[in-house]
Design a protein around this ligand. Sequence first.
Ligand code: PLP
Length: 387
Amino acid sequence: MVTSNSIYLDHAATTPVHPNVLQAMLPYFTEQFGNPSTIASFGQDARRGLEKARTSIARVLGCLPTEIVFTSCGTESDNLAIKGVAQASRGRGNHIVTSVIEHEAVLHSCQALERQDYQVTYVPVDRYGVVDPAAVEAAITERTVLISIMSANNEVGTIQPVTEIGAVARRYKIPFHTDAVQAAGVLDLNVDRLGVDLLALSAHKFSAPKGVGLLYVRSGTPLEPQQHGGSQERRRRAGTENVPYIVGMATALERAQSHRDDYRAHTMSLRDELIAGVLEQVPGSVLTGHPTQRLPNNSSFCIPGVESGMVLRALDMQGIAVSSGSACTSASMTPSHVLLAMGVPPALAHGALRMTLGIDTSAEQIARVMEVLPAAVERARTLSAAF
Ligand code: PLP
């Protein structure tokens, strides 16, 4: 059971909604609740909220408001980017370049296209989980219609050289998509500086609710809608817009952007304390992901001799929420595709542990985790050895 003493170290999975974000949303449930596509005043009030949110998000991304497509989540945004560009470009080619460490939203979209006669090159990564821009360039063929490389990895936190890959994409005039779901509020999201043509975000990763996201689509980028119906979102995504959630997402993104420096400084110093503590006090533990080019709130490890689930449950019983890596795959017994791609041996990958901090994480909480974790690992090791 979650109590006021619970410690939440799973911010990469999702974040609590900030009270100011909730406040900004509330009027759009009960007062300005109209359908933004209707002409009557109720609809127009909702439309004003929707367009204000679009403009505020466009300011953060440095793009035109018309280049933003609201969606239901990061997964939908990735699907729309990949399938949308691939299908709209079918006359020109059928090849996509992506990486082996993408989120399933990207990987499974690419696999779905492979079943429809598209070809996909999955560029490898080094042992820190970094994609080499030269490898992306080497994978390009005359048939390449899209490059998709994530901004930062959700499991190990490695930040990718997006700007360099963007420069490669520009040189070859190939649309470039980045899944920036883990980057909001942490990294620069300016689409021109990044050199991206498509960028996916998910609101629940930055203190807004689950069930809303967006896709930035640079003007002129070919895009086949994946959902058919009304003419919302300039015919790129049919369906009545979720106005309260979109207003919440815009409020949260502005907040995240303006608090970026504080957030980075706060999480990074506690994260480094946590990393040092684990490496020192949990024998054999190894840090996964890049030692410095990583998200400021991400600490991820592999712990030999244990299965992550045992440690997770032991910590959970002490009121500490951590993860084995991706929230989407943590229920499966298959070791993470990200760790395997980085060359981590499967036996070691079974002991993956991810702790992701938030702005409310305190030094006392980190100290408490370090009181509990070494003993929990020892117990799990003893139990594992007994079977
Ligand atoms: N991409 C990345 C990198 C993620 O971390 C996630 C969620 O964890 C997603 C996509 C999917 O986002 P959503 O949960 O909004 O569908």
